[in-house]
Design a protein around this ligand. Structure first.
Ligand SMILES: Cc1cc2nc3c(=O)[nH]c(=O)nc-3n(C[C@H](O)[C@H](O)[C@H](O)COP(=O)(O)OP(=O)(O)OC[C@H]3O[C@@H](n4cnc5c(N)ncnc54)[C@H](O)[C@@H]3O)c2cc1C
Length: 450
């Protein structure tokens, strides 16, 4: 098989496409063209609701086009499970329903353990798997070889869910956006939302760089920008950003099918015959004012994840110092100044990933890393999303904080958000995903961010 270095279309590496105009009004406006916003718009448009989606850059230009592509139930927080199970069901029928390939395939998700202690820790999640009737199982010793050749050499055991899957991030969200558009949604790219207008305390319009859209209902699905957007309208959303580096291995023979996670390596088979690689879950947090503002709420998560975290001080701190809390809506806003979050991948992380992949899969040692990129993940203090209406600004809803695992759950989140916005019941309970849980004295219960 031959392959050029640039086979993969980076969703963010294209000319921007600003709209000719914006609609005067919409029943609902969605801020953010990631998988959550786009899926919400699709579910709303399917019901005949007049929805406009504003994306400041490209559809899937940030996290939703840069992630590992795992569609995982394994090791999820119980609060996310019903939405994730529904999401997997949607993924399975998505290509047929929208008539476009999204790269979805099952093939399992496996969390490897190097020591008995790690294996025991993983097994603590098995009661959740049983409660939700998943096909998750623990595998130990020589049986590991049924997963992939050489597995029993480096690991003592694994937790494996065969029904988990994967999809191609550069395909999925743009395809859902096109489906939403075909159903009548206005999908506006290169269209930053600068702020909202209110009347009698309720949402009455959003103001974009291309003009205002009258509406009574807004969903903020702005990923890593949500906290900043919400703060400008007086809503506090505790959120910290971390950077993850990802690499693409060129086409090669299959060494494993599906997704495999080890504390030093995340690897999944790609539709193009290569592998998407990452360094386990090494997270880089660039210290900023928000680290001080929300730091205390993140202490439980920090205690859980401190081994994975690398701190740096630099650009984010300066950016936050220079950015005012509020800005006039008739001038360029922070969302236009930095239109696409496009951090540089870490060369050190790539080198380390290369070393680890060669050690575990020597068959891949001669296959080149043909591409690398990075993405900024937004974390909440308990690593579980926020999906609710603001109690400060009626008509303003939030769906954010997917904390490094929002791609797989994205279609399910879109379905749940559409129901929330239309005050209907889709069978997914969002009562534990309220923003107020971070302020009302409830214990903050983070779960490891696999
Ligand atoms: C390296 C990496 C690996 C990951 N791996 C996985 C994985 O394997 N599986 C998984 O399930 N999840 C994974 N994730 C997490 C997943 O990608 C995210 O949780 C998910 O994509 C979040 O989707 P979203 O729609 O909420 O946000 P995003 O995809 O970030 O979209 C938000 C959008 O809002 C836009 N926006 C922001 N402010 C404004 C504004 N004012 N006006 C207009 N537009 C605005 C942004 O430009 C952006 O496009 C990973 C993430 C990263 C970075």
């Amino acid at each position: 098989m031959s392959e050029s270095r640039d086979t993969v279309s980076k969703t963010w590496d294209k000319p921007l496409q600003p709209p000719d105009s914006v609609p005067e009004s919409a029943d609902i406006v969605v801020i953010g063209g990631g998988i959550v916003g786009v899926s919400t718009a699709w579910f709303l448009a399917k019901q005949g609701i007049n929805v406009a989606l504003c994306e400041k850059g490209h559809i899937a230009g940030e996290q939703s086009g840069r992630n590992w592509g795992w569609v995982r139930q394994t090791a999820r927080d119980t609060r996310e499970m019903p939405m994730m199970i529904e999401s997997l069901r949607i993924w399975a029928g998505l290509a047929d329903e929208i008539g476009e390939d999204v790269g979805f395939e099952r093939g399992g998700c496996t969390i490897m353990a190097r020591t008995q202690k790690e294996l025991d820790a993983a097994a603590e999640w098995m009661p959740v798997a049983r409660d939700f009737d998943l096909d998750t199982r623990m595998i130990e010793g020589p049986a590991l070889e049924t997963l992939f050749t050489g597995a029993s050499k480096h690991w003592v055991g694994a937790m494996h869910t065969e029904s988990d899957g994967r999809a191609e991030p550069h395909k999925a969200t743009p395809a859902i956006a096109r489906a939403a558009k075909r159903q009548g949604a206005s999908i506006l790219t290169s269209c930053a939302v600068r702020g909202i207008e209110t009347s009698a305390g309720k949402v009455s319009a959003i103001v974009t760089e291309h003009g205002s859209i009258r509406t009574s209902t807004v969903l903020c699905a702005a990923g890593a920008w949500t906290s900043q957007f919400c703060r400008s309208i007086g809503i506090s959303v505790p959120q910290l950003k971390v950077k993850g580096t990802v690499a693409r291995l060129g086409q090669c023979d299959s060494v494993l099918n599906g997704n495999v996670f080890d504390e030093q390596l995340g690897i999944r088979r790609r539709q193009d015959g290569g592998y998407t690689l990452a360094n386990g879950f090494l997270l880089n947090h660039s210290f900023a004012l928000s680290s001080i503002r929300y730091g205390i709420k993140f202490l439980p998560a920090l205690m859980l994840e401190y081994k994975k975290l690398r701190l740096s001080v630099g650009g984010d701190l300066l950016d936050e110092i220079r950015t005012p809390r509020k800005w006039p809506l008739d001038r360029e806003s922070p969302f236009e100044k930095k239109r696409v979050l496009n951090p540089a991948p870490s060369k050190r992380v790539i080198r380390r990933t290369r070393r680890i992949v060669d050690k575990f899969f020597p068959q891949l040692a001669s296959t080149e890393i043909v591409e690398a990129w990075a993405g900024i993940v937004e974390m909440t203090p308990d690593m579980v999303p926020v999906m609710c209406e603001s109690d400060k600004v009626p008509g303003f809803f939030i769906a954010t904080g997917f904390s490094g695992h929002g791609f797989g759950i994205g279609p399910g989140a879109g379905k749940a958000a559409a129901a929330l916005l239309t005050d209907t019941d889709c069978g997914i309970d969002l009562s534990e995903l309220q923003l107020k849980r971070f302020f009302d004295g409830s214990p903050i219960r983070p779960q490891s961010s696999v």
